[in-house]
Every structure is written in C-alpha cells, then in structure tokens.
Design a protein around this ligand. Sequence first.
Ligand SMILES: NC(=O)C1=CN([C@@H]2O[C@H](COP(=O)(O)OP(=O)(O)OC[C@H]3O[C@@H](n4cnc5c(N)ncnc54)[C@H](OP(=O)(O)O)[C@@H]3O)[C@@H](O)[C@H]2O)C=CC1
Ligand SMILES: O=C(O)[C@@H]1CCC=N1
Length: 276
Amino acid sequence: MKTTLVLFGVGHMGSAIARGMLQTGNTDLRIIDPDLSALQEFSALGIRTDTACLSLAPNDVLMLAMPPQVFGAFSSDTPCVHHHQGLVISVMAGIRISSIQQMLGTQNVVRSIPNTPSEVFEGMTVYCRSSSVGENLARKARDVLESFGRAVEVSDEALIDPATALCGGGPAFVAYFADALQEFGIKAGLSKDAALAITIQLLRGTSALLATTGKPVMQLCREVMTPGGTTERGIWHFDDEGVGRTVLDALSKSSARSRELGLAITESLSQFEVAK
Ligand SMILES: NC(=O)C1=CN([C@@H]2O[C@H](COP(=O)(O)OP(=O)(O)OC[C@H]3O[C@@H](n4cnc5c(N)ncnc54)[C@H](OP(=O)(O)O)[C@@H]3O)[C@@H](O)[C@H]2O)C=CC1
Ligand SMILES: O=C(O)[C@@H]1CCC=N1
C-alpha cells in the first residue's frame, strides 16, 4: 500500500518536495496550506488539498514544512495532529525533536533538513530520528525522503544545525557564487544567455568531475591553477581577501541561527512547564 504523505506548508520548500515527489509517484500526497493560491497548482493535478486539516488517518506520514515561527500557532490550532501514531517528519529549521514531541504529544519524530533541488529530484536531505522510531518507521522515513533526492541519516541531532547551513542553505550559497560568475561574464561582454549557459555547465561539470573522479576538491582547484598562468591570480586574490574564511563564517552564522530558532522554542516550552 502506498504511504500517504500529508504535507503541511507548500511554500518554497514544501512545493519543491511535492514537485520532486510527483516525479517518482511512489507516495500519495495530500497538501494543507492556508494560502489557497499556493494550493492551486496541486489541486489542478488532482491532489487532495485543504486550507486546514480536520482529520488524519493513523498511518499517515505528516511532513511539517511551515516556517518555524508559526509552528507554535499551528500546533495550537490543529488538534488533529496531536497524539498522531504515525511518523512525523519535520523539515523546519531549528526546531528540535523534543520540542516537536512535546508540542504535538507524539513520539515518532524525524527531524530533517532538505534543500530546494528536491524540486528536480536532485535534493539532499540530512535527517535524525527520535529513539522511538524503530526500523520499520525508519525505512518509511527514508523512502519518503528519497522520493525527492538523496538522504543521509545522522545519529547526533546537534549535527542538524550545521547541516541546515550546509545542506538546506547550500543552494543559496552556491547560487550567490554563480550569480557573481554570471555577472562577470555579462560585464565582460557576453550575452546574458551565454554567461548563464557557461555558469550552469561550470557547476554541472565541476560537480560531475568531483563525483566521478573522487579527487579531493582542492586537487581539482590546483589542477586548474597552471603555474604562472591565469587562474592562480584569481585564487591568490581569494586567499588575500580571506574568501574561504568568509564562507566558513557565513555558514557558522547560519548554523548558529538554526540553534537559536530551536532554543527560542525550547525555552518557551520550559517556561510554560514552570508556569503550569
Ligand atoms: N526554503 C528552503 O530552502 C528550506 C526551507 N526549510 C524549512 O522549510 C520550511 C518552509 O520554508 P519555506 O518554504 O522557505 O517558507 P515559505 O514561507 O516559502 O513557505 C511556508 C508555507 O507554509 C505555509 N503555512 C503557514 N502557516 C501554516 C499552517 N498553519 N499550516 C500549513 N502551512 C502553513 C505558508 O502559508 P502563508 O504564506 O499563507 O503563510 C507558506 O505557504 C521552514 O520551516 C524552513 O526552515 C528547510 C530546508 C530548506
Ligand atoms: O533559511 C532558512 O531558514 C531555511 C532553512 C535552510 C534553508 N532555508
């Protein structure tokens, strides 16, 4: 029997997951989002869509893809998700497994961080499961997450914050760099289309070279830097300007923000417990 995935939130990440999943067709999809216009694309494809969730089947897999900041209100306003016996997969940045368990009164939680290339079945998801998720549910979680790309499980939940920076945010960092490459091409006189085509093939070709040869990344870099040639001038400039360090700092800041988002909820939950 096909798993029914109930996707809560079909914004940038949720819609990428839904579109990726529709390419594989292994999962029955149901989508909930208060924004009717976000649902139209999917209801036109015959997918069950609703602006609110009133009931669930016990075996439904729930996927939480709303902003972390609205999770508290969602939890209060959606009683049918409470005490859900099936699997709950969160893709929300920051929010810890224990907070989700506490707020939904459910145990079987997988905290994951996918990325937007899921839309074209090239997603990468890092995930961690709660100790209550046994092998059967773990297999189900993996099947769901692999229905829009690749998935890697980690056993230490603390790794999800840096994975949020690297894997979840990664496409933004790569796109930012790609934009600078494209801009150079355009400023140098290439047409926008030519600059874009070159940039796309650079990303694809470098990625394929890395994956196919298994060479270390900096070896790829050194192999392009012909001594006395052109590329080393550019890479030396990166080194002088501390570009590598800036990238590390940027990802550290993203990771810290993920921890901070989680901590805000954990602290408000513990204050609530004290007040009770
Ligand atoms: N964007 C990304 O690349 C990644 C995002 N994530 C995570 O995915 C989640 C969504 O991010 P993103 O898609 O970028 O955000 P968006 O703002 O693009 O989308 C969020 C969607 O959730 C909807 N929503 C709000 N409240 C509810 C609710 N109560 N029930 C169901 N849906 C609701 C919003 O509707 P409305 O607009 O009406 O408020 C909106 O359509 C976040 O938790 C984020 O941390 C994780 C990895 C990568
Ligand atoms: O920026 C964010 O908060 C989300 C999580 C990872 C990518 N986008």
